[in-house]
Design a protein around this ligand. Sequence first.
Ligand SMILES: O=C(O)CCC(=O)N[C@@H](C(=O)O)c1ccccc1
Length: 367
Amino acid sequence: MKLTGIELVTVALPLVAPFRTSFGTETEREALLLRVVTDEGEGWGECVAMMEPLYSSEYVAGCVDVLSRFLVPAVAAVEDLTADQVARVLAPVKGHRMAKAALEMGVLDAELRVKDVSFGTALGAARTTVPCGVSVGIMDSVGDLLDAVDRYVAEGYVRVKLKIEPGWDVEPVRAVRERHPDLPLQVDANTAYRRSDARHLAKLDPFDLLLIEQPLDEEDIVGHAQLARTMSTPICLDESIVSARAAADAIALGACSIVNVKPGRVGGYLESRRIHDVCMANDIALWCGGMLETGIGRAANVALAALPGFTLPGDTSASDRYYRTDVTEPFRMDEGHLTVPTGAGLGVTPLPDVLAEVTVRTEWLTW
Ligand SMILES: O=C(O)CCC(=O)N[C@@H](C(=O)O)c1ccccc1
């Protein structure tokens, strides 16, 4: 294949409700979609960067810049392009994993549509459906939180993840555990705590949580290893795991016993599969995280989450968890599960009228 054009499509989707985490509140998801055009066919990629560099160092405008000036020209120069070359071609550019992931995803989707092979088949899916976890933000009151959790449990979600931060942790978790004694429950701190909070975090141990996700700074691997020795709740890493090597190092240092993999954060679906293989080889539980993806990224995440090493429900929720209208046919949960798309490539494409309605900026890159 030869790249002949890329359309950078920025879409803005209002969230059905504000989503608050320890680093901010989202009311709208502005996402960057890539329409990758080649001489043999086209594909779609989704860049998971947020509008502002608060989850990680990347942000939408920065991704547009690095794609336009560095990443797309490098891939466009390749004559016989295949998706498994993209990471190597982009390696000279340091960092920018979310931007790289979106470009690799679009090339992979184009390649697989041409070959009439689904993402799931190409990645090695072992299941036809995946269990749905749901992420619940920080709320104004414990009562509001219990109402939200009750609603998600009634909808069929098989696992609930609660966002926590200093001042909103032990009490809300205790209330949810008392209301739902047998519910698979975990918490996500998004790096909001410090090593000195270890004794306080151990107060979460009585609630039989599946895990506590990224309590400390993404660069504090030693701190997580120390915390793992003072808490019975398993430590799961998210922001710290930026590659298969980072996963192998964190596991070897005892910094985590569970990994959340997000393809955008690690540079793409092919690196995600390498992280999957590292976790399987080390008997480390794995689940697929979410970045409020549209149906484009959601389709790819559901395919990834169907691989055999994904042993815990992921943040692979139905589209209506976040969006009244998705850019693709919505992902609908059936008895707590989503079906892995079986069509060529992602198996979904943006709905033209919806895409036109939610597009706030487009830019064609040609050369
Ligand atoms: O279900 C989803 O897609 C979101 C899951 C989720 O909680 N994502 C969190 C996270 O830190 O993992 C997040 C929220 C907003 C922005 C970035 C990340």
